[in-house]
Design a protein around this ligand. Structure first.
Ligand code: CA
Length: 223
């Protein structure tokens, strides 16, 4: 899951980026509204975290342009002041949630989890196929009730495959979901994560199939 942070306060942006990366999200950061508008035209994000007071284009205008392009990605607004009218304008423009600074990183994490869940259209927080179950809030996978020890990247791959169960996911899509702009993208790394993940979910009634030249598919094991 890729998140775009638009925030001109670099100390806050870095704290957000660090906290969300620790939680397993791929996080990109831009410091002005025009850069956010460009990034949103070029890439697909699972969530936009948007400050209102921004250089070049303010947060409201970024949001207005995003919704004009009919993009439905969830948007969490960060506002510097408690101004009720700002909140109303933001929500009217199509923001999904609103946080007033200062806020705790714990609260931000909880809001992000809720928005990501909503954005992916799953009403229940757990996804299950065969004996494999994935808690989308805690991002914990288990097989037959036993918690699987997965790395952050393995969780990212599994999450992506689970949301598209039975459909092919290309390496490019996995790379997109797992990496940020500033990190090196490697198809070999994806192969390694998939290989490890396949071993760890063995016995759960599902497996990751490789479709050469096309990508991967999470599917039931024929028993
Ligand atoms: Ca600001």
């Amino acid at each position: 899951m890729r998140i775009l942070i638009t925030e001109d306060d670099s100390a806050l942006a870095e704290a957000l980026q660090f906290s969300l990366a620790q939680a397993g999200y791929a996080v990109d950061w831009v410091a002005n509204g025009a850069a956010a508008d460009e990034a949103l035209k070029q890439d697909v994000f699972g969530l936009l975290i948007l400050d209102l007071g921004l250089p070049k284009l303010d947060g409201f205008e970024v949001l207005r342009r995003l919704r004009r392009r009919n993009l439905t990605m969830p948007v969490l607004i960060l506002s510097g002041r408690e101004q009720p009218e700002e909140k109303v304008i933001g929500l009217d423009l199509g923001a999904d949630d609103y946080l007033v600074k200062p806020f705790s990183l714990g609260e931000l994490q909880a809001r992000v989890r809720a928005l990501v869940r909503r954005g992916q259209g799953s009403v229940t927080p757990a996804i299950s196929y065969g004996r494999l179950s994935f808690d989308t809030i805690g991002r914990i996978a288990s097989a037959g009730g036993r918690t699987l020890q997965l790395s952050v990247h393995e969780v990212g791959v599994l999450e992506c495959l689970l949301h598209r169960f039975g459909r092919v996911v290309s390496k490019e899509q996995l790379v997109e979901q797992l990496y940020s702009y500033d990190k090196e993208v490697s198809h070999n790394a994806i192969e390694v994560y998939v290989h490890r993940l396949r071993k760890k979910i063995a016995g759960a009634g599902v497996t990751v199939r490789t479709l050469y030249g096309r990508g991967y598919l999470l599917d039931y094991v024929s028993e």
